[in-house]
Design a protein around this ligand. Structure first.
Ligand code: ZN
Length: 238
């Protein structure tokens, strides 16, 4: 329906368009994924320009015309995340987080838990260099899977329900599996299992630590779950 609407959004990606415009991929609080044109923002005197950088959290007024893309008529900064832009590690993690949202959540259905999670992750990365740890980045990704409806089964064997003798992870079964059901699975050690369970249970800011091998197994479990069930490839979290 044509008309104007207000929403908060994170700028996921910005692409040059025409002579002075940009096309923005937005993740909004109220309408999920939205594509929008920001007209004239590459001109020096643009009133919107500096506010619409990728990774920024903004309050927008958008106009929905007949085309696929909305037009941005007003933008106010909620959080520019200037701190994370000064640290390469934090900037890379923030870009990865936006990339994961871009690939995993392409619907115009609102998903407030996913929106809030992304805002929270960017705020953490902005406030502390420590938030760019691999264990923290994986915790974000795991919680994003949960928000998107793809959380793996971690309590008991995803194939038969057995609660003991667990040791593998099967992307096709959708979670951890027992020795009897391990066909098509890869090894997932006790520490990786504990990491996944704890990371899901704790607040994002309190992501648990784990040895590198355990984090690599957790990373693989997350990435292959998304590949199998959402048909989306995510770059591994190194
Ligand atoms: Zn089983």
């Amino acid at each position: 329906m044509p008309g104007s609407f207000k929403t908060e959004a994170i700028v996921l990606r910005s692409i040059r368009y025409g002579e002075a415009d940009r096309v923005l991929h937005l993740y909004t609080a109220e309408r999920g994924r939205v594509g929008a044109v920001a007209k004239g923002v590459r001109r020096v005197k643009s009133r919107l320009g500096g506010r619409l950088e990728p990774l920024s959290r903004v309050r927008l007024v958008l106009h929905q015309g007949r085309g696929e893309l909305c037009t941005i008529s007003q933008a106010d900064t909620v959080q520019a995340h200037a701190g994370l832009r000064e640290r390469r590690g934090s900037l890379e993690r923030a870009t990865q987080a936006c990339e994961a949202v871009l690939r995993l959540l392409d619907s115009t259905e609102p998903n407030l838990p996913a929106y809030n999670l992304l805002c929270h992750e960017l705020a953490l990365l902005d406030s502390s260099a420590d938030a760019s740890r691999r264990a923290q980045a994986l915790a974000f990704r795991l919680k994003l899977l949960l928000a998107a409806g793809f959380a793996p089964e971690l309590a008991s064997c995803a194939s038969c329900g057995e609660a003991e003798h667990l040791g593998g992870f099967s992307p096709s079964a959708g979670g951890i599996v027992c020795v009897g059901c391990e066909a098509g699975s890869f090894p997932l050690g006790e520490e990786a299992h504990r990491y996944l369970v704890t990371a899901l249970a704790r607040p994002l800011a309190e992501a648990p630590e784990a040895p590198e091998l355990a984090l690599s197994q957790a990373d693989r479990a997350i990435a292959e779950t998304v590949e199998y069930h959402a048909h989306v490839r995510l770059r591994r979290v190194a």
